[in-house]
Design a protein around this ligand. Structure first.
Ligand SMILES: Nc1nc2c(ncn2[C@@H]2O[C@H](COP(=O)(O)OP(=O)(O)OP(=O)(O)O)[C@@H](O)[C@H]2O)c(=O)[nH]1
Length: 332
């Protein structure tokens, strides 16, 4: 618009020069780049989003139930339940389920990586190894694709978040939990969850959370850190952020059934003494966890994966490749 003003002035004889009304300062200052976020938004919506969530923890802690409750889908329709004998000899087996979900025109390709047999075998030494290898393999694949000729449509299978299920029946973390999280904390964003919180009273949940947080600190486990709030954020946002940080490990309850509570149909668990509602914040942190994963921190989890975990992997790869080249040269 600004560019057309001198053109109009030059092309008309002076006597007939038409002066358009002076544009207001706000229009003069408007070049158009303020629409950039809209352009990015449109492009991203068209492309769709992807997110890979890993669930890990002892068998039977409600991993599949929680995942189904989180994304309101049945990801485990074809699941084969193993009998006790199969579980004893079973090593850690990784399974992957992908679903395309759409909400208000926004497409999300969600991949769930499950580690079903974890902790089932009699000998659980290094049971984290296959999980760590799986994460590395995804990084390796991405590194290869990125260094290849066709970098346009790289399939990103890197694991963005690992929900680590902690048993509600132990006294805080077990040695296996410590070993597992320490083996993975440099590779993936670990978000610890306290499973089956309905088996604990509110004060037990509170005490367990404090104990687990202390142990995480004591053992030097680096779980996913929520980014700090900007100082110009409003008070409500700051309060939500603080609550989120204090919720770690998220006390969760999962259910695949809908029950009737106070005339409303809700996802919950029906007991002889009452109903526990999955989406009731007074009963558990399910909603907080879902909001964190989907509404507030999905992009940050992806950014940390790309900027920290993948960068570390990439740097190690390049270093070892350089070392090999130097060795080869020295040998010649
Ligand atoms: N009390 C209680 N039971 C639950 C909860 N979530 C799941 N369960 C029950 O626990 C049992 C095991 O749940 P799953 O979701 O299959 O557990 P999993 O961790 O996926 O098990 P694997 O696939 O063998 O690793 C089922 O009977 C569920 O109904 C919960 O939050 N509270």
């Amino acid at each position: 618009y600004i560019g057309t003003i001198p053109f109009l002035c030059m092309s008309l004889p002076l006597s007939t020069t038409f002066f358009p009304p002076r544009p207001s300062p706000s229009i003069l200052e408007y070049v158009g780049f303020a629409t950039l976020p809209n352009q990015v938004h449109r492009k991203s919506v068209k492309k769709g989003f992807d997110f890979t969530l890993m669930v890990a923890g002892e068998s039977g802690l409600g991993k599949s139930t929680l995942v189904n409750s989180l994304f309101l889908t049945d990801l485990y329709k074809d699941r084969k339940l193993l009998n006790a004998e199969e579980r004893i000899t079973q090593t850690v087996e990784i399974t992957k389920h992908t679903v395309d979900i759409e909400e208000k025109g926004v497409k999300l390709k969600l991949t769930i990586v499950d580690t079903p047999g974890f902790g089932d075998a009699v000998n659980n030494t290094e049971c984290w190894k296959s999980v760590a290898d799986y994460i590395d393999q995804q990084f390796e694949q991405y590194f290869r694709d990125e260094s290849g000729l066709n970098r346009k449509n790289i399939q990103d299978n890197r694991v963005h978040c690992c929900l680590y299920f902690i048993s509600p029946f132990g006294h805080g973390l077990r040695p296996l939990d410590v070993e597992f999280m320490k083996a993975l904390h440099e590779k993936v964003n670990i978000v610890p969850v306290l499973a089956k919180a309905d088996t604990l009273t509110p004060s037990e949940v509170k005490k367990k959370k404090i104990k687990i947080r202390e142990e995480i600190e004591q053992y030097g486990i680096k779980i996913y850190q929520f980014p700090d709030c900007d100082s110009d954020e409003d008070e409500e946002f700051k309060q939500q952020d603080l609550e989120l940080k204090e919720s770690i490990p998220f006390a969760v309850i999962g259910s695949n059934t809908v029950v009737e509570a106070k005339g409303k149909r809700v996802r919950g668990r029906l007991y002889p003494w009452g109903i526990v509602e999955v989406e009731n914040s007074a009963h558990c942190d399910f909603v907080k966890l879902r909001n964190m994963l989907v509404r507030t921190h999905m992009q940050d989890l992806k950014d940390v994966t790309r900027e920290t975990h993948y960068e570390n992997y990439r740097a190690q790869c390049i270093q070892s490749m350089t070392r090999m080249v130097v060795k080869e040269r020295n040998r010649k």
